[in-house]
Design a protein around this ligand. Structure first.
Ligand SMILES: Nc1ncnc2c1ncn2[C@@H]1O[C@H](COP(=O)(O)OP(=O)(O)OP(=O)(O)O)[C@@H](O)[C@H]1O
Length: 257
């Protein structure tokens, strides 16, 4: 386990990623401060998960640099943990043993404490198969926390959960982040989730940063007029008409004069 505490600083410098002849990310420049909570939103296929995978060290950029605390990443970093939409628990291991996978030393006490942090210590000797979807995702979160992460990467981790469980998980993630001060990057389709949790929301458009918006709301966040303002600003940006749609609308307007 790392003895370093607090979050990492993340620097993304002019990152490009192509698959074959297709450019998926172009000239991404982004600095994320230690302990900051940043959400990434964007239309399907805009490159959000690709960016997250590069930061996780699961794939390599075509060009540019990604630095954690000023060090270029080389593969998967020991201070980084990733939570995906699917829990990825091993069905043949009990919950506590799934969490132990996240602990370098395999220490059972550390795994137990991580299960306590997500409120599932009483399920330690159960199999993942007897848990609800939300509980399985909490075990997966415990596995990530057990590694004492300084950078937590969340790729739509709540996407498959029902609305109430989703809100409870959002509150749990926020509480753990406030306590442990790791840096978080959350990829989500849910604009409300991004505004509820993040200090900054980044909108990716066709592989570039289209908007970088500071969410200057106090915590815990209320669904008030300030919240609605940020939601609308982001949604308006996401729903900007595609050029061909704008051209069609202009043509209709010309005929209706
Ligand atoms: N390994 C790969 N090989 C080829 N193309 C890929 C690969 N991974 C991603 N892509 C392409 O890159 C583009 C961006 O994919 P990515 O998964 O990053 O989008 P996304 O914004 O996360 O989408 P979604 O919101 O639907 O999950 C897509 O067109 C996808 O088909």
């Amino acid at each position: 386990m790392s003895d370093k505490s607090g979050g990492v600083q993340l620097n993304i410098r002019n990152v490009n990623k192509a698959f074959g002849a297709t450019n998926v990310l172009s000239g991404i420049d982004l600095t994320i401060k230690q302990g900051e909570f940043v959400a990434i939103v964007g239309r399907s296929g805009c490159g959000k998960s690709t960016l997250l995978r590069l930061i996780a060290g699961l794939d390599e950029a075509s060009s540019g640099a990604i630095l954690l605390d000023a060090q270029s990443i080389q593969g998967i970093h020991e201070d980084t943990r990733v939570l995906f939409q699917e829990h990825r628990l091993l069905p043949w291991k009990k919950n506590i043993d799934n969490v132990r996978i996240g602990v370098k030393s395999g220490d059972k006490e550390i795994a137990f404490r991580a299960l306590q942090q997500v409120g599932l210590e009483h399920k330690k000797d159960d199999w993942p198969s007897v848990l609800s979807g939300g509980q399985r995702q909490r075990v997966a979160l415990a596995r990530a926390l057990a590694g004492n992460p300084r950078l937590l990467l969340l790729d739509e981790p709540l996407g498959a959960l029902d609305a109430l469980t989703r809100i409870e998980m959002q509150q749990l993630i926020e509480q753990l982040w406030l306590e442990q001060q790791f840096t978080v990057l959350l990829v989500t389709h849910d604009v409300s989730e991004a505004v509820a949790l993040a200090d900054r929301v980044i909108v990716i458009e066709d592989g570039k940063i289209g908007l970088d918006l500071k969410i200057s709301l106090s915590r815990p966040r209320e669904h008030d007029s300030g919240f609605a303002y940020f939601e609308k600003t982001i949604l308006d940006r996401l729903l900007v008409k595609k050029p061909y749609e704008q051209a069609r609308i202009s043509a209709v307007d010309a005929f209706s004069i």
